[in-house]
Ligand binder design. Structure first.
Ligand code: ADP
Ligand code: MG
Length: 545
């Protein structure tokens, strides 16, 4: 037995712990889901290691989770035969805030005097610490799967420090134990623990024993037939893989055989994570080979513009010991990506037709990323374009239509598709360039999303109709029928007036001309024929800063 070494939590972790311990009240049972989820991760890792590395500790040990409770003593322990942790991992993985923005998020919630929902915690990479909802002190005993590893005991009261000492531990894996607080003593009751496991962790891919009895039914949910999976199982599975506390918006279950064979269970989350455009940190799909988890966050299964989709893909067409690099460049992966992308787009199309509200919710949350597919995926470009949605000068705020609907609503003599960009709807609606179109009941797409300026102009045309920005100079508009000649300035008046404008504005403008597009306003600014879109110009300026 070695010396006990004391370590201080970093300042950020101290603050976070304080918030967790003092403001996390609801759903204390979540601690169990988080601990099981960590054990399951550790078991997945060792299962993978077993395929690639023969020199591991206890190669024959059963891959399982064992929970022991004592209702008299109010004690709880959970033990796994997973990959375990080295001393460096104990210091680096437990006791460090992995995700940036976590502390800020917790602080905002506290400042707003909101109760922090315990359900949320797993999302932030500090799931382990939810255990301090039910106890005042935790002990971790762990030994890494490397044959020449040492055992360690880690202890903390979740305040400012923790200790680590070397211990004798013959077995591989991790055991976490603690005494329950009085107000959490129900978690030492068998019926309670059993029901929580069945609610949250029924699909964990390893047996979970409570005492000597196995309490979960080990099934890889995606291997089950569609008819046999229940809504509740799907929801819980989603929360587990996506680390989300909400239920998914929709799911898609696939079982494909042919050029490439795989099973897949995919989910659309209800809401986008903070900072959607930086999805690089977000986990996308899990890759399994024959039920063994190979990659937790496999970015190669779907193109980037679909990386908001969560779930699993399980294939037998890749070798079990496939490395990340090999998987990445394998033709099998490319095929799965191709087939899966087609299926996902088909799924979205189906949603847009049959479940409009859901589709709109999806589009509002993930549209900014999804739309970029137009310029990223030329194979599926037309399908993606059909899935685009727009608010227009004729829709109610929040209501959206497709380009196809726009064309159907056009008057017979309208030859082009019109759009106008701006910061938000009310700003766009005040734009004088819209007057002519309103007066003549011509529908105009209103683009408010910053990415729109990179996408809509690159469409050029839809259904052989050109897309045109109505604040560009090259619009070919009909003269208003009811605009009496009397209202029109005579040439004698117009010419000198334009000359005055030109003289005053000088080279600040390209040209001054008589306009047909104005109804109520006397003058407007438009972009020159070859000029950049105004919003685009603003985006470029922002990026150059
Ligand atoms: P997350 O699971 O999101 O990474 P947690 O706070 O739940 O965040 O766990 C932090 C880290 O601690 C894990 O990523 C893992 O490296 C390590 N860990 C936790 N529990 C175990 C365990 N039972 N076996 C091995 N490593 C573990
Ligand atoms: Mg975890």
């Amino acid at each position: 037995e070695g010396n006990i070494q004391e370590f201080s939590y970093k300042a950020e972790m101290k603050q976070l712990l304080n918030l967790i311990v003092h403001s996390l009240y609801t759903h204390p049972e979540v601690f169990l889901r988080e601990l099981i989820s960590n054990s399951s991760d550790a078991l997945n890792k060792v299962r993978f290691r077993k395929v690639t590395d023969s020199n591991i500790l206890e190669p024959e040990a059963e891959l399982r989770i064992k929970i022991e409770i004592d209702s008299e003593k109010q004690t709880f322990s959970i033990e796994d035969s997973g990959v375990g942790m080295t001393q460096e991992e104990l210091v680096g993985n437990i006791g460090t805030v992995a995700k940036s923005g976590t502390l800020e998020f917790f602080k905002t919630i506290q400042q707003n005097k909101q109760t922090l929902d315990g359900n949320l915690i797993g999302q932030f990479g500090v799931g382990f610490y939810s255990v301090f909802m039910v106890t005042d002190e935790v002990t971790i005993e762990t030994r890494h799967a490397d044959a020449d590893s040492n055992g360690y005991r880690w202890k903390s009261k979740g305040e400012s420090s923790y200790t680590i000492e070397e211990i004798e531990k013959p077995t591989r894996g991790t055991k976490i134990s603690f005494t329950l607080k009085d107000d959490a003593k129900e978690f030492a009751e068998e019926y309670k623990v059993k029901s929580i496991i069945q609610k949250y962790s029924n699909f964990v891919d390893f047996p979970i024993y409570l005492g000597k009895e196995q309490v979960n039914s080990v099934t890889a949910l995606w291997q089950k037939s569609k008819e046999k999976t229940t809504e509740e199982e799907l929801n819980e599975f989603y929360k587990f893989v996506a680390n989300d506390y909400q239920e998914p918006l929709a799911h898609l279950q696939l079982s494909l055989e042919g050029r490439v064979s795989f099973k897949s269970l995919l989910f659309l989350p209800k809401s986008a994570p903070m900072g959607l455009l930086h999805l690089k940190d977000e986990k996308s799909l899990q890759l399994y080979v024959n039920k063994v988890l190979i990659q937790d966050d496999c970015k190669d299964l779907l193109p980037e513009y679909l990386h908001f989709i969560k779930g699993v893909v399980d294939t037998e067409d890749l070798p079990l010991n496939v490395s990340r690099e090999v998987a990445q460049s394998s033709p099998v992966m490319a095929k799965i990506n191709q087939v899966l992308t087609g299926k996902v787009l088909g799924w979205l199309e189906e949603l847009s037709k049959n479940e409009k509200t859901k589709y709109e919710q999806f589009y509002k949350e993930f549209g900014p990323l999804f739309k970029q597919g137009v310029n990223m995926d030329y194979t599926n470009r037309d399908k993606i374009i059909d899935l685009l949605r727009f608010e227009t000068s004729k829709t109610a705020k929040g209501e959206m239509i497709s380009l196809k609907e726009y064309i159907e609503r056009m008057k017979d003599d309208q030859k082009e598709i019109y759009y106008l960009t701006g910061e938000d709807r009310s700003q766009i609606e005040r734009n004088p360039n819209l007057e002519y179109f309103k007066k003549n009941a011509i529908e105009v797409l209103l683009l408010t999303e910053p990415v729109d300026v990179f996408i809509v102009p690159t469409l050029f045309e839809y259904d052989k109709k050109e897309l045109k920005a109505i604040d560009k100079a090259d619009l070919d508009l009909k003269q208003d029928d009811d605009k009496a000649d009397a209202e029109k300035l005579s040439e004698n008046l117009a010419k000198p007036l334009i000359a005055v404008f030109k003289e005053v504005l000088g080279d600040k403008v390209e040209d001054v001309i008589e306009s047909k597009r104005l109804v109520d306003s006397p003058a407007t600014l438009v972009a020159g024929k070859g000029a950049m879109d105004k919003q685009m110009e603003r985006m470029m300026q922002m990026m150059n800063k």
